[in-house]
Write a protein that binds this ligand. Structure first.
Ligand code: G6P
Length: 475
Protein backbone atom coordinates (compact mmCIF):
# COMPACT_ATOMS: atom_id res chain seq x y z
CA UNK A 1 0.00 0.00 0.00
CA UNK A 2 3.11 2.15 0.10
CA UNK A 3 3.23 2.51 -3.66
CA UNK A 4 3.90 5.99 -5.02
CA UNK A 5 0.75 7.81 -6.10
CA UNK A 6 0.07 10.73 -8.37
CA UNK A 7 -2.58 13.18 -7.24
CA UNK A 8 -3.80 15.66 -9.82
CA UNK A 9 -5.72 18.69 -8.59
CA UNK A 10 -7.52 21.25 -10.74
CA UNK A 11 -10.59 23.42 -10.34
CA UNK A 12 -12.57 21.25 -12.75
CA UNK A 13 -12.58 17.47 -12.88
CA UNK A 14 -12.14 15.90 -16.32
CA UNK A 15 -15.82 15.00 -16.00
CA UNK A 16 -18.78 17.36 -15.80
CA UNK A 17 -22.02 16.37 -14.12
CA UNK A 18 -25.40 17.50 -15.36
CA UNK A 19 -28.91 16.50 -14.39
CA UNK A 20 -31.47 15.94 -17.14
CA UNK A 21 -35.01 14.71 -16.42
CA UNK A 22 -33.99 13.72 -12.91
CA UNK A 23 -31.06 11.65 -14.14
CA UNK A 24 -27.41 12.40 -13.41
CA UNK A 25 -25.19 12.53 -16.50
CA UNK A 26 -21.40 12.21 -16.27
CA UNK A 27 -19.89 13.91 -19.30
CA UNK A 28 -16.24 13.24 -20.12
CA UNK A 29 -14.25 16.35 -21.03
CA UNK A 30 -12.57 16.37 -24.45
CA UNK A 31 -10.11 19.02 -23.26
CA UNK A 32 -6.38 18.69 -23.73
CA UNK A 33 -5.58 18.32 -20.05
CA UNK A 34 -8.18 15.58 -19.53
CA UNK A 35 -6.79 13.65 -22.50
CA UNK A 36 -3.17 14.17 -21.56
CA UNK A 37 -3.54 13.16 -17.96
CA UNK A 38 -6.04 10.38 -18.72
CA UNK A 39 -3.41 7.68 -18.84
CA UNK A 40 -2.10 8.84 -15.46
CA UNK A 41 -5.07 9.37 -13.17
CA UNK A 42 -6.90 6.24 -14.34
CA UNK A 43 -3.89 4.06 -13.50
CA UNK A 44 -3.28 2.22 -10.21
CA UNK A 45 -4.50 4.17 -7.19
CA UNK A 46 -3.77 7.58 -8.69
CA UNK A 47 -6.55 10.16 -8.42
CA UNK A 48 -7.81 13.49 -9.76
CA UNK A 49 -9.42 15.94 -7.32
CA UNK A 50 -11.69 18.74 -8.58
CA UNK A 51 -15.10 20.36 -8.88
CA UNK A 52 -17.64 18.41 -10.94
CA UNK A 53 -19.47 21.61 -11.99
CA UNK A 54 -22.71 20.53 -10.30
CA UNK A 55 -24.50 21.40 -7.05
CA UNK A 56 -25.99 18.23 -5.49
CA UNK A 57 -29.54 18.56 -4.19
CA UNK A 58 -28.97 16.63 -0.96
CA UNK A 59 -26.42 14.65 1.03
CA UNK A 60 -27.69 11.42 -0.47
CA UNK A 61 -27.02 12.68 -3.99
CA UNK A 62 -23.53 13.77 -2.93
CA UNK A 63 -22.85 10.22 -1.78
CA UNK A 64 -24.14 8.74 -5.04
CA UNK A 65 -21.86 11.09 -7.00
CA UNK A 66 -18.88 10.33 -4.75
CA UNK A 67 -19.29 6.60 -5.31
CA UNK A 68 -19.73 6.87 -9.07
CA UNK A 69 -16.70 9.16 -9.39
CA UNK A 70 -14.57 6.99 -7.10
CA UNK A 71 -14.94 4.16 -9.62
CA UNK A 72 -13.22 6.47 -12.11
CA UNK A 73 -10.44 7.52 -9.68
CA UNK A 74 -12.06 10.95 -9.34
CA UNK A 75 -12.65 12.79 -6.06
CA UNK A 76 -15.18 15.65 -6.10
CA UNK A 77 -14.91 18.92 -4.22
CA UNK A 78 -18.45 20.27 -4.02
CA UNK A 79 -18.93 24.03 -4.06
CA UNK A 80 -21.89 25.97 -2.67
CA UNK A 81 -23.62 28.63 -4.82
CA UNK A 82 -21.93 31.30 -2.66
CA UNK A 83 -18.51 29.73 -3.20
CA UNK A 84 -19.11 29.51 -6.95
CA UNK A 85 -19.99 33.19 -6.99
CA UNK A 86 -17.17 34.35 -4.71
CA UNK A 87 -14.27 32.00 -5.51
CA UNK A 88 -14.93 31.02 -9.13
CA UNK A 89 -16.78 33.93 -10.74
CA UNK A 90 -15.70 36.70 -8.38
CA UNK A 91 -12.06 36.07 -7.53
CA UNK A 92 -10.75 33.63 -10.15
CA UNK A 93 -12.55 35.18 -13.10
CA UNK A 94 -12.98 38.82 -12.07
CA UNK A 95 -9.56 39.39 -10.48
CA UNK A 96 -6.99 36.80 -11.55
CA UNK A 97 -8.23 36.19 -15.11
CA UNK A 98 -8.36 39.86 -16.18
CA UNK A 99 -5.12 40.80 -14.40
CA UNK A 100 -3.23 37.82 -15.80
CA UNK A 101 -4.52 38.75 -19.26
CA UNK A 102 -3.30 42.36 -18.85
CA UNK A 103 -6.83 43.81 -18.44
CA UNK A 104 -6.36 45.97 -15.36
CA UNK A 105 -9.59 47.87 -15.82
CA UNK A 106 -11.69 44.69 -15.85
CA UNK A 107 -10.60 43.62 -12.36
CA UNK A 108 -13.08 43.95 -9.50
CA UNK A 109 -11.47 43.68 -6.07
CA UNK A 110 -13.80 42.56 -3.31
CA UNK A 111 -12.58 41.48 0.10
CA UNK A 112 -15.43 38.97 0.47
CA UNK A 113 -14.44 37.20 -2.77
CA UNK A 114 -10.87 36.90 -1.53
CA UNK A 115 -12.28 35.22 1.61
CA UNK A 116 -14.13 32.73 -0.62
CA UNK A 117 -10.98 32.10 -2.64
CA UNK A 118 -9.10 31.27 0.57
CA UNK A 119 -11.97 29.13 1.85
CA UNK A 120 -12.20 27.05 -1.34
CA UNK A 121 -8.42 26.61 -1.64
CA UNK A 122 -8.55 25.30 1.95
CA UNK A 123 -11.39 22.95 0.97
CA UNK A 124 -9.22 21.58 -1.86
CA UNK A 125 -6.36 21.15 0.63
CA UNK A 126 -8.66 19.21 2.98
CA UNK A 127 -9.69 17.01 0.05
CA UNK A 128 -6.03 16.30 -0.70
CA UNK A 129 -5.23 15.40 2.93
CA UNK A 130 -8.33 13.21 3.15
CA UNK A 131 -6.50 10.99 0.65
CA UNK A 132 -3.61 10.66 3.10
CA UNK A 133 -0.74 11.40 0.73
CA UNK A 134 2.80 10.79 1.94
CA UNK A 135 6.13 12.15 0.85
CA UNK A 136 6.56 9.45 -1.80
CA UNK A 137 3.51 10.76 -3.63
CA UNK A 138 3.46 13.46 -6.28
CA UNK A 139 0.89 16.21 -6.36
CA UNK A 140 0.31 18.16 -9.56
CA UNK A 141 -1.81 21.29 -9.13
CA UNK A 142 -3.24 23.06 -12.18
CA UNK A 143 -3.97 26.70 -12.75
CA UNK A 144 -4.80 30.05 -11.24
CA UNK A 145 -7.92 28.99 -9.35
CA UNK A 146 -5.66 27.15 -6.89
CA UNK A 147 -2.72 29.46 -6.29
CA UNK A 148 -2.87 29.12 -2.51
CA UNK A 149 -2.99 25.34 -2.56
CA UNK A 150 0.74 24.50 -2.90
CA UNK A 151 1.59 26.32 0.32
CA UNK A 152 -1.44 24.97 2.20
CA UNK A 153 -0.36 21.42 1.34
CA UNK A 154 3.32 22.14 2.09
CA UNK A 155 2.33 23.26 5.62
CA UNK A 156 1.15 19.69 6.26
CA UNK A 157 4.32 18.00 4.94
CA UNK A 158 7.60 19.79 4.31
CA UNK A 159 8.92 17.10 1.96
CA UNK A 160 5.97 16.21 -0.19
CA UNK A 161 6.50 16.63 -3.91
CA UNK A 162 4.36 19.43 -5.42
CA UNK A 163 4.24 20.72 -8.98
CA UNK A 164 2.17 23.71 -10.11
CA UNK A 165 1.37 24.47 -13.73
CA UNK A 166 -0.25 27.74 -14.75
CA UNK A 167 -2.13 27.50 -18.03
CA UNK A 168 -2.68 31.23 -18.40
CA UNK A 169 -0.05 33.97 -18.73
CA UNK A 170 1.76 35.45 -15.75
CA UNK A 171 1.85 39.24 -16.22
CA UNK A 172 4.78 41.61 -15.67
CA UNK A 173 5.29 42.22 -11.94
CA UNK A 174 4.05 45.82 -12.08
CA UNK A 175 0.68 44.53 -13.33
CA UNK A 176 0.58 41.66 -10.85
CA UNK A 177 1.44 44.14 -8.09
CA UNK A 178 -2.00 45.79 -8.54
CA UNK A 179 -3.74 42.86 -6.83
CA UNK A 180 -4.27 43.74 -3.16
CA UNK A 181 -3.50 40.14 -2.12
CA UNK A 182 -0.45 39.66 -4.36
CA UNK A 183 1.93 38.64 -1.54
CA UNK A 184 -0.32 35.83 -0.32
CA UNK A 185 -0.88 34.61 -3.88
CA UNK A 186 2.85 34.47 -4.61
CA UNK A 187 3.64 32.83 -1.29
CA UNK A 188 0.86 30.35 -1.98
CA UNK A 189 2.27 29.19 -5.32
CA UNK A 190 5.80 29.13 -3.92
CA UNK A 191 4.79 26.19 -1.76
CA UNK A 192 5.43 24.09 -4.89
CA UNK A 193 8.82 22.58 -5.82
CA UNK A 194 8.38 23.21 -9.53
CA UNK A 195 6.30 26.08 -10.96
CA UNK A 196 5.84 25.96 -14.71
CA UNK A 197 4.42 28.12 -17.48
CA UNK A 198 3.93 27.86 -21.23
CA UNK A 199 6.43 30.54 -22.21
CA UNK A 200 9.82 31.86 -21.18
CA UNK A 201 8.41 35.38 -20.69
CA UNK A 202 5.89 34.11 -18.14
CA UNK A 203 8.70 32.51 -16.11
CA UNK A 204 10.66 35.79 -16.18
CA UNK A 205 7.61 37.76 -15.03
CA UNK A 206 7.11 35.32 -12.17
CA UNK A 207 10.78 35.47 -11.14
CA UNK A 208 10.59 39.28 -11.18
CA UNK A 209 7.48 39.20 -9.02
CA UNK A 210 9.33 36.98 -6.54
CA UNK A 211 12.28 39.37 -6.30
CA UNK A 212 10.55 42.75 -6.68
CA UNK A 213 7.44 42.08 -4.62
CA UNK A 214 8.57 39.52 -2.04
CA UNK A 215 12.26 40.51 -2.01
CA UNK A 216 13.40 36.91 -2.63
CA UNK A 217 16.76 36.04 -4.13
CA UNK A 218 17.16 34.27 -7.46
CA UNK A 219 19.73 31.56 -8.09
CA UNK A 220 19.72 30.49 -11.74
CA UNK A 221 16.04 29.85 -12.42
CA UNK A 222 15.19 29.27 -8.75
CA UNK A 223 13.64 31.46 -6.09
CA UNK A 224 15.07 30.84 -2.63
CA UNK A 225 12.57 30.42 0.22
CA UNK A 226 14.85 29.99 3.25
CA UNK A 227 16.89 26.93 2.35
CA UNK A 228 14.29 25.63 -0.11
CA UNK A 229 14.81 26.21 -3.85
CA UNK A 230 11.68 26.62 -5.97
CA UNK A 231 12.27 25.96 -9.67
CA UNK A 232 10.53 28.23 -12.20
CA UNK A 233 10.54 26.66 -15.64
CA UNK A 234 8.93 26.61 -19.06
CA UNK A 235 7.01 23.61 -20.46
CA UNK A 236 4.83 24.55 -23.46
CA UNK A 237 1.77 22.31 -23.48
CA UNK A 238 0.99 20.20 -26.54
CA UNK A 239 -2.07 18.39 -27.84
CA UNK A 240 -2.95 14.79 -28.59
CA UNK A 241 -1.51 15.01 -32.09
CA UNK A 242 -2.35 11.45 -33.14
CA UNK A 243 -5.99 11.86 -32.15
CA UNK A 244 -6.48 14.99 -34.26
CA UNK A 245 -4.51 13.80 -37.27
CA UNK A 246 -6.36 10.45 -37.28
CA UNK A 247 -9.76 12.12 -36.86
CA UNK A 248 -9.16 14.34 -39.88
CA UNK A 249 -8.60 11.20 -41.99
CA UNK A 250 -11.63 9.39 -40.59
CA UNK A 251 -14.25 8.43 -43.19
CA UNK A 252 -17.22 9.99 -41.38
CA UNK A 253 -15.31 13.19 -40.78
CA UNK A 254 -14.37 13.30 -44.48
CA UNK A 255 -18.04 12.98 -45.43
CA UNK A 256 -18.85 15.82 -43.08
CA UNK A 257 -16.05 17.94 -44.62
CA UNK A 258 -17.65 17.46 -48.03
CA UNK A 259 -21.06 18.51 -46.68
CA UNK A 260 -19.59 21.63 -45.05
CA UNK A 261 -17.80 22.66 -48.26
CA UNK A 262 -20.92 22.07 -50.34
CA UNK A 263 -23.05 23.98 -47.87
CA UNK A 264 -20.83 27.03 -48.41
CA UNK A 265 -20.75 26.45 -52.20
CA UNK A 266 -17.01 25.83 -52.09
CA UNK A 267 -16.30 29.38 -51.00
CA UNK A 268 -13.09 29.79 -49.02
CA UNK A 269 -13.66 29.13 -45.32
CA UNK A 270 -11.88 31.20 -42.70
CA UNK A 271 -12.38 29.45 -39.37
CA UNK A 272 -12.21 30.66 -35.80
CA UNK A 273 -13.04 28.65 -32.67
CA UNK A 274 -12.77 30.03 -29.14
CA UNK A 275 -14.40 30.00 -25.75
CA UNK A 276 -16.43 33.17 -25.21
CA UNK A 277 -13.72 35.38 -23.74
CA UNK A 278 -12.50 38.95 -24.09
CA UNK A 279 -8.92 37.64 -24.15
CA UNK A 280 -9.57 35.96 -27.51
CA UNK A 281 -9.86 39.16 -29.57
CA UNK A 282 -13.21 38.15 -31.10
CA UNK A 283 -14.36 41.74 -31.65
CA UNK A 284 -11.00 42.73 -33.17
CA UNK A 285 -11.33 39.75 -35.54
CA UNK A 286 -14.78 40.92 -36.60
CA UNK A 287 -13.53 44.46 -37.22
CA UNK A 288 -10.67 43.01 -39.27
CA UNK A 289 -13.05 40.88 -41.30
CA UNK A 290 -15.25 43.90 -41.98
CA UNK A 291 -12.19 45.87 -43.03
CA UNK A 292 -11.25 42.99 -45.35
CA UNK A 293 -14.71 43.05 -46.95
CA UNK A 294 -14.51 46.80 -47.48
CA UNK A 295 -10.98 46.99 -48.87
CA UNK A 296 -10.83 43.79 -50.90
CA UNK A 297 -14.31 43.78 -52.50
CA UNK A 298 -13.18 41.17 -55.07
CA UNK A 299 -13.52 38.64 -52.22
CA UNK A 300 -17.18 39.49 -51.53
CA UNK A 301 -19.25 36.38 -52.04
CA UNK A 302 -16.04 34.32 -52.22
CA UNK A 303 -15.24 33.89 -48.53
CA UNK A 304 -17.11 32.91 -45.36
CA UNK A 305 -15.94 33.54 -41.82
CA UNK A 306 -17.10 30.49 -39.88
CA UNK A 307 -17.00 31.62 -36.26
CA UNK A 308 -17.72 29.16 -33.47
CA UNK A 309 -17.86 30.62 -29.98
CA UNK A 310 -18.10 28.09 -27.18
CA UNK A 311 -20.29 29.24 -24.25
CA UNK A 312 -18.21 30.07 -21.18
CA UNK A 313 -18.60 31.90 -17.84
CA UNK A 314 -21.76 33.58 -19.04
CA UNK A 315 -22.78 34.38 -15.47
CA UNK A 316 -19.85 36.85 -15.28
CA UNK A 317 -21.13 40.32 -16.41
CA UNK A 318 -18.07 41.09 -18.57
CA UNK A 319 -18.73 37.91 -20.59
CA UNK A 320 -22.44 38.70 -20.98
CA UNK A 321 -21.54 42.13 -22.36
CA UNK A 322 -19.07 40.60 -24.79
CA UNK A 323 -21.67 38.18 -26.06
CA UNK A 324 -24.13 41.01 -26.72
CA UNK A 325 -21.45 42.97 -28.53
CA UNK A 326 -20.55 39.98 -30.74
CA UNK A 327 -24.24 39.44 -31.58
CA UNK A 328 -24.53 43.10 -32.55
CA UNK A 329 -21.39 43.20 -34.67
CA UNK A 330 -22.08 39.93 -36.51
CA UNK A 331 -25.63 41.19 -37.21
CA UNK A 332 -24.26 44.48 -38.49
CA UNK A 333 -21.69 42.90 -40.84
CA UNK A 334 -24.11 40.32 -42.23
CA UNK A 335 -26.83 42.94 -42.72
CA UNK A 336 -24.61 45.51 -44.42
CA UNK A 337 -22.40 43.31 -46.63
CA UNK A 338 -24.48 40.16 -47.11
CA UNK A 339 -26.66 39.44 -50.12
CA UNK A 340 -29.48 37.06 -50.95
CA UNK A 341 -26.90 34.46 -51.95
CA UNK A 342 -24.22 35.03 -49.36
CA UNK A 343 -23.99 35.57 -45.59
CA UNK A 344 -20.40 36.67 -44.83
CA UNK A 345 -20.27 35.31 -41.25
CA UNK A 346 -21.60 31.96 -40.12
CA UNK A 347 -21.72 32.48 -36.36
CA UNK A 348 -22.57 29.75 -33.85
CA UNK A 349 -22.66 30.00 -30.06
CA UNK A 350 -22.49 26.36 -29.17
CA UNK A 351 -20.48 23.37 -27.98
CA UNK A 352 -19.61 20.85 -30.70
CA UNK A 353 -18.36 17.27 -30.42
CA UNK A 354 -14.73 16.76 -31.34
CA UNK A 355 -15.65 15.03 -34.64
CA UNK A 356 -17.43 18.18 -35.81
CA UNK A 357 -14.48 20.33 -34.74
CA UNK A 358 -12.21 18.04 -36.69
CA UNK A 359 -14.39 18.36 -39.81
CA UNK A 360 -14.27 22.15 -39.48
CA UNK A 361 -10.48 22.14 -39.11
CA UNK A 362 -10.13 19.85 -42.10
CA UNK A 363 -12.51 21.94 -44.22
CA UNK A 364 -11.09 25.35 -43.36
CA UNK A 365 -8.77 27.08 -45.83
CA UNK A 366 -7.61 29.47 -43.14
CA UNK A 367 -7.64 29.33 -39.33
CA UNK A 368 -7.68 32.73 -37.68
CA UNK A 369 -6.48 33.05 -34.06
CA UNK A 370 -6.47 36.64 -32.80
CA UNK A 371 -5.99 36.32 -29.02
CA UNK A 372 -5.14 39.61 -27.33
CA UNK A 373 -3.38 37.51 -24.70
CA UNK A 374 -3.38 33.72 -24.42
CA UNK A 375 -1.34 31.39 -22.21
CA UNK A 376 -0.88 28.94 -25.07
CA UNK A 377 -3.94 28.44 -27.39
CA UNK A 378 -4.53 24.86 -28.40
CA UNK A 379 -6.99 25.54 -31.25
CA UNK A 380 -4.14 26.51 -33.56
CA UNK A 381 -2.32 23.28 -32.72
CA UNK A 382 -5.45 21.23 -33.36
CA UNK A 383 -5.84 22.93 -36.74
CA UNK A 384 -2.23 22.14 -37.65
CA UNK A 385 -2.64 18.48 -36.59
CA UNK A 386 -5.70 18.22 -38.87
CA UNK A 387 -3.72 19.29 -41.94
CA UNK A 388 -1.29 16.43 -42.54
CA UNK A 389 -2.67 15.84 -46.02
CA UNK A 390 -4.67 19.00 -46.56
CA UNK A 391 -4.10 22.58 -47.59
CA UNK A 392 -4.50 25.32 -45.05
CA UNK A 393 -2.95 28.45 -43.61
CA UNK A 394 -2.70 29.44 -39.98
CA UNK A 395 -2.92 33.11 -38.99
CA UNK A 396 -1.76 33.37 -35.39
CA UNK A 397 -1.64 36.20 -32.90
CA UNK A 398 1.88 36.96 -31.74
CA UNK A 399 0.36 37.48 -28.26
CA UNK A 400 -0.62 33.81 -27.88
CA UNK A 401 1.91 31.49 -26.23
CA UNK A 402 1.77 29.19 -29.27
CA UNK A 403 3.37 31.91 -31.42
CA UNK A 404 6.70 31.11 -29.77
CA UNK A 405 6.53 27.61 -31.26
CA UNK A 406 4.55 27.92 -34.51
CA UNK A 407 7.00 30.20 -36.25
CA UNK A 408 5.76 29.29 -39.72
CA UNK A 409 2.27 30.65 -39.18
CA UNK A 410 1.45 34.12 -40.52
CA UNK A 411 1.88 36.02 -37.28
CA UNK A 412 -0.12 39.16 -36.58
CA UNK A 413 -0.52 41.79 -33.91
CA UNK A 414 -4.20 41.29 -32.98
CA UNK A 415 -4.64 44.99 -32.20
CA UNK A 416 -3.60 45.94 -35.74
CA UNK A 417 -6.89 45.52 -37.60
CA UNK A 418 -5.35 46.33 -40.97
CA UNK A 419 -2.57 43.81 -40.43
CA UNK A 420 -5.13 41.04 -39.77
CA UNK A 421 -7.09 41.97 -42.91
CA UNK A 422 -3.89 41.85 -44.96
CA UNK A 423 -2.98 38.50 -43.40
CA UNK A 424 -6.36 37.11 -44.53
CA UNK A 425 -5.57 38.20 -48.10
CA UNK A 426 -2.04 36.79 -47.87
CA UNK A 427 -3.45 33.47 -46.62
CA UNK A 428 -6.09 33.30 -49.38
CA UNK A 429 -3.50 34.04 -52.05
CA UNK A 430 -0.67 31.89 -50.71
CA UNK A 431 0.67 29.45 -53.33
CA UNK A 432 0.00 25.79 -52.54
CA UNK A 433 3.70 24.91 -52.22
CA UNK A 434 4.26 27.65 -49.66
CA UNK A 435 1.20 26.52 -47.71
CA UNK A 436 2.58 22.97 -47.62
CA UNK A 437 6.05 24.06 -46.58
CA UNK A 438 4.81 26.24 -43.74
CA UNK A 439 2.25 23.70 -42.56
CA UNK A 440 4.80 20.86 -42.56
CA UNK A 441 7.16 22.92 -40.42
CA UNK A 442 4.36 23.60 -37.93
CA UNK A 443 3.24 19.96 -38.02
CA UNK A 444 6.74 18.82 -37.07
CA UNK A 445 6.59 20.94 -33.91
CA UNK A 446 3.05 19.99 -32.88
CA UNK A 447 3.73 16.31 -33.53
CA UNK A 448 6.97 16.17 -31.56
CA UNK A 449 6.00 18.34 -28.60
CA UNK A 450 2.67 16.62 -28.03
CA UNK A 451 0.70 16.27 -24.81
CA UNK A 452 2.36 13.01 -23.74
CA UNK A 453 5.76 14.59 -24.20
CA UNK A 454 4.62 17.52 -22.01
CA UNK A 455 3.36 15.29 -19.19
CA UNK A 456 6.51 13.14 -19.31
CA UNK A 457 8.83 16.17 -19.22
CA UNK A 458 7.02 17.73 -16.28
CA UNK A 459 7.02 14.60 -14.13
CA UNK A 460 10.64 13.73 -14.98
CA UNK A 461 11.70 17.19 -13.95
CA UNK A 462 9.68 17.12 -10.72
CA UNK A 463 11.39 13.82 -9.79
CA UNK A 464 14.79 15.23 -10.68
CA UNK A 465 14.17 18.29 -8.50
CA UNK A 466 13.16 16.12 -5.54
CA UNK A 467 16.37 14.20 -6.03
CA UNK A 468 18.46 17.40 -6.11
CA UNK A 469 16.69 18.67 -2.97
CA UNK A 470 17.41 15.41 -1.10
CA UNK A 471 21.08 15.56 -2.05
CA UNK A 472 21.27 19.19 -0.92
CA UNK A 473 19.70 18.34 2.44
CA UNK A 474 22.03 15.43 3.11
CA UNK A 475 25.09 17.61 2.46
C1 G6P B 1 -8.83 28.15 -19.45
C2 G6P B 1 -8.23 27.95 -18.07
C3 G6P B 1 -8.72 26.67 -17.40
C4 G6P B 1 -10.24 26.64 -17.45
C5 G6P B 1 -10.75 26.79 -18.88
C6 G6P B 1 -12.28 26.81 -18.98
O1 G6P B 1 -8.31 27.23 -20.33
O2 G6P B 1 -6.81 27.94 -18.15
O3 G6P B 1 -8.29 26.59 -16.07
O4 G6P B 1 -10.73 25.45 -16.87
O5 G6P B 1 -10.25 28.00 -19.40
O6 G6P B 1 -12.81 27.79 -18.16
P1 G6P B 1 -13.84 27.46 -17.00
O7 G6P B 1 -13.98 28.74 -16.24
O8 G6P B 1 -15.09 27.03 -17.69
O9 G6P B 1 -13.27 26.35 -16.16
Amino acid sequence: MNKKRTIIVSNRLPIRIEKNDGELKFIQSEGGLATGLGSIYKRDNNIWIGWPGYIPECEEEKEIIRKRLAELNLIPVFLTPEQIEGYYEGFSNEVLWPIFHYRLSYAIYKQENWQYYKEVNQAFCDAVWAEQPNDKDEIWIHDYQLMLLPRLIRQGDANISIGYFQHIPFPPDEIFRCIPWRDELLEGVLGADLIAFHTYNDTQHFLNAGTHILGLTIKNNCLQIGDRSVYIEVYPMGIDYDKFSALAENQEVQTRVKCIKEHYHNRKIVLSIDRLDYSKGILERLYAFENFLINWPQYNNQVVLYMLVVPSRDTVPQYKRLRDEIDRLVGHINAVYGTNEWTPIAYYYNTYPVEELSALYAAADVCLVTSLRDGMNLVCKEYVASKENKQGVLILSELAGASKELLDAIQVNPNAIDEISKAIVQALEMPKEEQRKRMDANIAIVKKFNINHWVRLFFNRLREIKHIQKNEMSR
